[in-house]
Design a binder for this molecule. Structure first.
Ligand code: XIL
Length: 302
């Protein structure tokens, strides 16, 4: 196959990109997206500060733009994200416990019901664990006021809101076996043993030269798959350039293809022109939408 999406489809996977609604009008951006990718993740448009900036008032305009663009072209959509400490409007942190609980559940329910039937996987909870060796939860309004049970509550509410969507836990620095990924692993194992709904784990996979694809990346994906969940590469980007960058990208693709429950890969942007990373060159297409060595490496590995 001659595009990322078609090559991934031949392997039973999708190949997606994070997309920003405000770039869809740029013809090179849209044509690169449309020809190469078959899944999209709205980069910011579904986050709490975009969908419920004011309590109880839901705004879906820019997220709908991304979803409509994808759906009219037969692309899948990943939902990102419902419960996260970041890009959270300040009113949420100001709520007392009972109000926060109902606001969290209402947010999940309203957003998921708006997109019911249109989202293949939702990042229900994003980044709930700390970095480092503690394996502890990260402080957030949800963690601090609702306690450890907030993740379970969020997943149960999500299942009721759209029973057909796959429900994912998503995080970064969980790509290899380490204290943080062990903590997520223990959460998923506990959920599976108690029948708490969870279908997938997202591995953000933001890499750089100091923190390249770990050698136990595939083994880590496999141990989660062995718990009975799908795994997805959700926000892949690799700072750097040339061969080193290309090799990291091939390692990710090879690892995913080697794990039968690794259902797809999403890169965190279409072009270096609009990447969120400081280095500015972590993606598969350069600022002029030319294919980089990393693009060729991915296509060859698929
Ligand atoms: C980033 C977006 O790419 C930026 O445009 C925004 O300013 C900040 O968020 N982990 C996540 C993503 O789950 O939502 C983040 O996206 C990158 C890190």
């Amino acid at each position: 196959a001659s595009t990322l999406g078609a090559a991934a489809t031949e392997k039973g996977r999708y190949f997606g990109a994070a997309v920003a609604a405000n770039h869809l009008g740029e013809s090179a951006y849209a044509s690169t997206l449309n020809s190469e990718f078959n899944s999209v993740t709205p980069e910011n448009e579904m986050k709490w500060d975009a969908t419920e900036r004011t309590r109880g008032t839901f705004t879906f305009g820019s997220a709908d733009q991304v979803v409509n663009h994808a759906q009219s072209r037969g692309m899948k959509v990943r939902g990102h994200t419902l419960v996260w400490h970041s890009q959270l409007p300040s009113w949420v942190a100001g709520l007392g416990t009972a109000d926060l609980r109902s606001a969290m559940n209402n947010h999940i329910t309203q957003v998921m019901q708006h997109y019911k039937g249109k989202i293949h996987s939702w990042d229900v909870v994003n980044e709930a664990f700390q970095d480092g060796s503690s394996g502890a939860r990260r402080s957030s309004p949800f963690q601090d006021k609702l306690g450890n049970g907030f993740i379970e509550e969020a997943f149960r509410t999500a299942r009721a809101a759209d029973p057909a969507a796959k429900l994912c836990y998503n995080d970064y620095n969980t790509d290899g076996v380490n204290a943080k990924s062990n903590a997520v692993y223990n959460l998923v194992r506990d959920f599976k043993s108690r029948g708490v709904p969870i279908d997938c784990v997202g591995f953000q996979s933001h890499f750089n030269s100091a923190s390249p694809v770990p050698s136990d990346y595939q083994a880590n994906l496999q141990r989660f798959a062995d718990l009975g969940v799908d795994v997805q590469i959700t926000e892949l980007d690799v700072e750097g350039s040339g061969t080193a960058q290309a090799n990291n990208y091939s390692n990710v693709v090879r690892a995913c293809l080697a794990v039968s429950r690794c259902t797809g890969i999403t890169v965190w942007g279409v072009t270096d022109k609009y990447s969120w990373r400081a280095s500015g060159t972590p993606l598969l297409f350069d600022g002029n939408y030319a294919k980089k060595p990393a693009y060729g490496a991915v296509l060859t590995a698929l």
